[in-house]
Design a binder for this molecule. Sequence first.
Ligand SMILES: NC(=O)c1ccc[n+]([C@@H]2O[C@H](COP(=O)([O-])OP(=O)(O)OC[C@H]3O[C@@H](n4cnc5c(N)ncnc54)[C@H](OP(=O)(O)O)[C@@H]3O)[C@@H](O)[C@H]2O)c1
Length: 411
Amino acid sequence: MASKKREFDVVVWGATGFTGRLVAEYLCKHYGVGKDLRWAIGGRNQGKLEGLREGLGTVAAELPILLGDSADAPFLRSLAERTSVVCSTVGPYAKYGSDLVEACVTTGTSYCDLTGELQWIRRMMDRHQAAAAESGARIVHSCGFDCIPSDIGVFFLQSEMHARHGVPCSRIKYRVKAFSGGFSGGTAASMLEMMSELQSDAAVRKLMADPYALNPEGKRQGPDGADQVGPVFDDDFNSWTGPFVMAALNTRVVRRSAALLEELYGSDFRYDEAVLMGPGPLAAVKAAGMAAGLGGVLVAGAIGPLRRLLARALPKPGEGPSAKQREEGYFDIQLLGEHPRDKEKNLRAKVYGDRDPGYGSTAKMLGESAVCLALDSLEVEGGFWTTAAAMGEPLLARLNERAGVTFTLDG
Ligand SMILES: NC(=O)c1ccc[n+]([C@@H]2O[C@H](COP(=O)([O-])OP(=O)(O)OC[C@H]3O[C@@H](n4cnc5c(N)ncnc54)[C@H](OP(=O)(O)O)[C@@H]3O)[C@@H](O)[C@H]2O)c1
C-alpha cells in the first residue's frame, strides 16, 4: 500500500482539461486546500494551470502545481513517487496513459481514471498485474459514469440481497430510465481512437466481442452472451428496451467484479444493460431506431474517411456541455436483482445522479474515488481492481453522502 508519508494524497493529472477542471473544482469546494486532503494539480501547460488555480479563488492560492508531459517517463515517475494516488483525466488513455500507469505500478502508487477504452484496460492489466501486486499499486480504471453506476449499483444490490436473504442475486438487469447531458471533446477523441483500433486490429475486435474480456485469467467464461443489439420487450419493466451504448464496457467491468467478489456475487451471476423506451408500439420503433443509430455510428467510426467526417462534427478537446447543461442534467437508472429461487424476494434499486452523467456527476464520482483510495482504509492490496472490488462499501457511502449520486432500494 502507498505510504502515507508521501507529499500528496492525490494529484489530479490533466487538471486543465474539461473534466480535470471539474474534478479540481469539486476537490477544492469539498476538501479545501492544505487541510485533511493534501492534493495538487498537474498538467503540461503552466499558464493554464495557473489560470485554473486563480479561478479556484484565494482558498487555492497555495495549491501546488506539477508541470510535465505525458510522454516524459522520468517526470511521470517522479510525480508518482510524490503522491499516494494519481487521479488522471488525460485521454485518450491509449494514447497518453500507458507510461503513467507504468510509473504508478513501479512506484507502488494507487491510480484512478475515467477511461472507457476497454482494449487499453486489458493491455494494462496483462502488462502490469503481476508488478502491481508486487509493488502495492492499486489500479482502478473507469471511475466515472463509465462504470460506477453499474459497478457500485450491482455491488449495492448484491449486498442488500445478502443482508435480507443470505444469497446472491442470480441475475441483475440494469435499465437506463432517463438522463440528460452532453459530451466533451476528450470523450469524442477517445471514442474515435478506439474505433480506429477496432478497424485496424482483428484482436481488438475479438476482445470487444468477448463478454468476459476483462475477467482474470481462468475466469473468462460464464452464462452471459453477446450484448443486446436490437429492440427487446422486457416484461419485468413492462417496456421496450434498446441497446445501451456504454454496455460494452460496463458489463465487462461488472463481470470482472463478479469474478473478484465471487463470494458476494455467486459463481453463475448474469448481468445485462439496456435503455427503457416505454410500453407502446411507438416505443418499439424508437428502440429499433436507437439500435440502427448506434450501429450507424459504429460503422461510420470504423471507416477511415467517415471517421474523419465524424471527428469534424464532434466537440474539440477542452470543449463540453455548459454549466447550465451540467447543472440541469441528471441520470435515473433502475436495477432489478433476481432472487435465485423466489420471485417474491426479487429486489429493485435506483441509481440517481443530480448532475449530468458524463461531467457534473462524473467529476464527483472520480474525485470521491481518488479520495477513497487515498484516505479510507481499504482491504485490497496491489493489483488491477474495479471500483466495487477495491472500494465497495466506503465508496458507496461517499457517493451517497457527498456526491449526489445515490443508491437506494425501490419499492
Ligand atoms: N467515462 C466517463 O464517464 C468519462 C467522462 C468524462 C471524460 N471521460 C474521459 O476522460 C478523458 C478526458 O476527457 P476531457 O473531455 O476532459 O478531455 P480534454 O478536455 O481534452 O482534456 C484532456 C487533458 O489532457 C491533457 N493532455 C493532453 N495531452 C497531454 C500530454 N501530452 N501531457 C500532459 N497532458 C496532456 C490536456 O492538457 P491541455 O489542457 O494542456 O491541452 C487536458 O488537461 C477522455 O479520455 C474521456 O473519454 C470519461
